[in-house]
Ligand binder design. Structure first.
Ligand code: PHE
Length: 337
């Protein structure tokens, strides 16, 4: 029994020196392992006189249970300590707000382009395409603008070489389409155009939509009807429309089309320069000289053409006073549309 007493004391003493889980594992093996001290004592039972076996056995059993309980308890508290340390050293501050993902959306110019295209498509117009790097012939000469004609001054041109230009308008697509198709024709040609010009209402690149309708009996009234319908669909059906005489070498007669100022309702303001009207596009009846250039018989066909600037329309529609905003890619601006 003294030995058992010593066993328990030895265990308690060593338990007090355990510094970590590794020590504890060693202690556990030393006392309650298969080759540990408790097992060693168990083996002694059979060598004892029978009357001492029972008490020895039950005391040893109590000590065994005591050891197991102490080991489990200490193991739990050591594990908790380790856990606590990890929680402290591996602390991750997740309170920093995330970076917001910005959503992309269609550029306002593309929105207006799509809207305008859809209106003409609904009236039966086909969409045609042409090159942005264009020959002098298609951009000017075939449109009745000869080399030394003063009308070339209307457009500040980027010349790539003597005979190649960045197209200054979408009108060359009229020629390309008429060269490859025969009337009846009802087309629009949206796209980028280039002029050497830059201020709050001009950028070196901007967008136009060209329109062309040719058949055997197209009249100026058809032009008025199509454009009035277009304007009423785009700006509202009560928008006043006015045709003003103008000049383009490729149309005769030519007109500039104004809408009643959408800012002041026609009474006169800064935007319409107190006239009550805003110019939005150029148009006219196709000049017979242009028909001759593409080989159409001038006594057989008549037609009208028009060209409108998308940036200008977008600026009016959304009350934007500086065209450069469209091309600065500032999300604060772009996300408003
Ligand atoms: N091409 C002309 C311009 O850019 C617009 C226009 C097109 C005028 C068709 C009449 C007919 O100024």
């Amino acid at each position: 029994m003294d030995e058992l007493h010593e066993l328990k004391k030895a265990f308690q003493e060593e338990l007090g020196t355990v510094a970590g889980l590794e020590d504890l594992q060693k202690l556990k093996a030393k006392f309650s392992g298969r080759k540990g001290k408790v097992s060693a004592h168990l083996k002694k039972i059979s060598a004892l006189p029978p009357e001492k076996r029972s008490q020895f056995g039950s005391t040893l059993n109590e000590i065994k249970k005591f050891i197991e309980k102490e080991v489990i308890q200490l193991e739990a508290s050591l594990k908790a300590e380790v856990q606590q340390k990890r929680l402290q050293t591996e602390f991750l501050d997740i309170s920093l707000p995330g970076r917001r993902q910005l959503f992309g959306r269609e550029h306002p110019i593309n929105q207006v382009l799509t809207e305008a295209k859809d209106i003409f498509i609904s009236m039966g117009f086909d969409v045609e395409d042409g090159p942005e790097v264009e020959t002098d012939y298609y951009n000017f000469e075939a449109l009745n603008i000869p080399k030394d004609h003063p009308a070339r001054d209307m457009q500040d041109t980027f010349y790539v070489s003597e005979d190649i230009v960045l197209r200054t308008h979408t009108s060359p697509v009229q020629i390309r389409v008429m060269e490859k198709r025969t009337p009846p024709l009802r087309i629009i040609a949206p796209g980028k155009v280039y002029r050497c010009d830059a201020d709050i209402s001009h950028t070196a690149m901007f967008h136009q939509i060209e329109g062309l309708m040719v058949d055997t009996a197209i009249a100026f009234s058809d032009l008025k009807g199509v454009l009035e319908l277009f304007i009423h669909r785009l700006f509202g059906k009560d928008t006043p429309v006015r045709f003003r005489p103008s000049y383009f070498p490729f149309t005769e007669p030519s007109a500039e089309v104004d809408i009643g100022c959408i800012f002041c309702g026609g009474s006169g303001c800064r935007v319409c320069k107190t006239t009550g009207w805003l110019e939005i596009l150029g148009a006219g009846m196709v000049n017979p000289k242009v028909f001759e250039m593409v080989g159409y018989k001038i006594d057989q066909y008549t037609g009208f053409a028009f060209g409108l600037g998308i940036e200008r329309i977008a600026m009016l529609k959304y009350s934007i006073d500086d065209i450069r905003l469209f091309y600065e890619n500032d999300c604060r601006f772009l996300s408003q549309f």
